[in-house]
Design a protein around this ligand. Structure first.
Ligand SMILES: Cc1cc2nc3c(=O)[nH]c(=O)nc-3n(C[C@H](O)[C@H](O)[C@H](O)COP(=O)(O)OP(=O)(O)OC[C@H]3O[C@@H](n4cnc5c(N)ncnc54)[C@H](O)[C@@H]3O)c2cc1C
Length: 465
């Protein structure tokens, strides 16, 4: 276990010299703001000793050199929308906030790429691409708040991953500050490359443990002009999830396949002040199909309608913006129902998503907490929101531990893994140590040690380094 040093006046002086006095914050209000990300359970909160806001890659590198010299841990942070305690400074030290580095540097519509700083907001990148008639296909549901550096660090998924893949598939190259403070460009703007190890893919998704992303060259795609959103409503939840494999097999190539159980339908509809059909008893599957040609869209719409009806949908409606608003508000909605809740993100092979949701919903009935289920169903990726309500702390801890043990063992028995998109962060670190093959774990530890010999960067995340 690394023994870190406290942030002394000498360290603060060095940081001020590196990034400017106004970008080094130690006031109580700022420190308090960065003790958590989206985590609501105070047991996971941890105060940093200083918050530093660099304005350039060189300044990030200078901070990392100081951190290594004085043995002070660094937690990189973008918008702090992590739901796995990824941005919580669990070992104290420095929170390194990337939000000042927010420029969109270049958009080349002919060559279809965009160069951005890590602090650029995801929604602005999407809008900028759309204005040029192009698509940036990364689309986490938190796109309005999160930053591209956070998305790359977590390999964020979201609504469009079933068609376009996750964030790592949208990136040509990244500029990275290594844990020891070197600056390097990893990857290149190439369609293919077999030139040594694929280090950019190693850093992407490493949750800020192997490097700080400071810049990225993103891939852009042609924007489909035709689009339809369908809401398929089921009063039998099992039929709703069984729809998913039928959709995928039909070759519709959907852009989104999102599932919401009735607990989420009711909570998010109330929160959004929207009433959609079967509010009381419906589970929803939202399907988006996009095409480059109107006839193809008509054909796919007919096909979609037939498949949904044959799968047992009670209603198949064209979905408008209200449906997506309800979907986007799911997480926020549960916050009103319980001060403390926990999000879980699990992934199984796509053909196992139906059986997995059915089984774990049944298992949850042996517990007294309330379970809400969402899924990026076309990716095999399910999210549970578990609400503490008025339960005592002891009962909450006990029930969560037992449910997680049952759920994780089951997911692994299906060939699944602990996270499909939210990452391991600090929250699932013990489970990561339990469920990962020891040889795989040892390879990860060796890589971390080689790149971060002082274990300075984001310690206490993903696994015990
Ligand atoms: C309402 C809501 C909806 C969400 N929907 C989705 C979804 O659909 N799909 C999905 O994948 N996630 C989703 N999330 C989770 C979260 O938004 C994503 O993980 C997102 O990618 C985090 O981005 P951020 O900018 O907030 O990063 P942060 O939360 O600040 O950081 C996330 C992790 O990345 C590290 N990090 C941040 N910036 C950098 C950097 N520049 N270099 C290196 N490491 C860095 C941090 O240390 C931390 O470990 C959702 C969260 C909320 C609250």
């Amino acid at each position: 276990m690394t023994k870190y040093n406290p942030v002394t006046e000498e360290v603060l002086e060095a940081l001020r010299a590196a990034v400017g006095e106004e970008n080094v914050k130690v006031d109580a209000e700022t420190l308090d703001r960065y003790k958590t990300d989206e985590e609501t359970d105070p047991h996971y909160h941890h105060l940093p000793e200083v918050v530093v806001l660099p304005g350039s890659t060189e300044e990030v590198a200078a901070v990392m050199k100081i951190a290594n010299k004085y043995l002070v841990p660094v937690t990189p942070r973008s918008a702090g929308t992590s739901v796995s305690c990824g941005a919580v400074p669990v070992c104290g030290g420095i929170v390194l906030l990337l939000e000042r580095m927010d420029k969109i540097i270049e958009l080349n519509a002919d060559a279809m790429y965009m160069v951005v700083e890590a602090g650029a907001r995801t929604v602005e990148i999407q809008q900028k691409a759309n204005e040029a008639g192009l698509l940036y296909a990364g689309d986490p549901c938190s796109a309005e708040s999160c930053l591209i550096g956070g998305n790359i660090a977590t390999n964020a998924g979201g609504n469009k991953a079933v068609r376009y893949g996750t964030t790592r598939h949208q990136v040509y190259s990244i500029e990275v500050v290594t844990p020891t403070g070197e600056i390097v460009e990893l990857g290149s703007r190439l369609k293919k490359c077999s030139t040594g190890y694929c280090l950019e893919q190693l850093v992407m998704g490493s949750e800020g443990t192997l490097g700080i992303i400071t810049k990225a060259t993103l891939k852009l795609l042609p924007l489909c002009p035709y689009k339809i959103d369908i809401l398929a409503i089921f009063t039998d939840v099992n039929k709703a999830v069984d729809l998913v494999p039928n959709l995928i097999k039909a070759g519709l190539n959907p852009t989104s396949v999102e599932f919401m159980d009735n607990n989420f339908v009711r909570a998010a509809s109330d929160y959004s002040e929207i009433r959609l059909p079967h509010y009381e008893d419906g589970s929803y599957v939202i399907v988006t199909v996009e095409t480059f040609n109107e006839d193809e869209l008509d054909m796919k719409m007919e096909q979609l309608d037939e498949i949904c009806t044959a799968s047992g949908a009670t209603d198949v409606l064209e979905a408008d913006e209200r449906v997506w608003k309800v979907r986007r508000n799911c997480l926020e909605a549960t916050r009103l129902l319980s001060k403390v809740s926990t999000s879980d993100d699990l992934v199984v092979p796509v053909d196992k998503i139906a059986v997995c949701i059915e089984h774990l919903t049944e298992v949850s009935k042996n517990y007294s907490f309330k379970l809400f289920t969402l899924a990026h169903a076309g990716d095999g990726n399910l999210h549970f929101q578990i609400l503490k309500g008025e339960m005592s702390d002891e009962q909450w801890e006990d029930e969560l531990q037992r449910f997680h043990a049952e759920a994780y063992a089951y997911v692994y028995s299906l060939g699944g893994r602990l996270s499909g998109e939210h990452g391991i962060g600090a929250k699932k670190l013990p489970a990561m140590e339990t469920y990962t093959n020891p040889v795989e774990m040892e390879i990860m530890r060796s890589i971390k040690h080689a790149m971060d010999p002082n274990n300075i960067l984001n310690p206490g995340k993903v696994f015990n380094a």
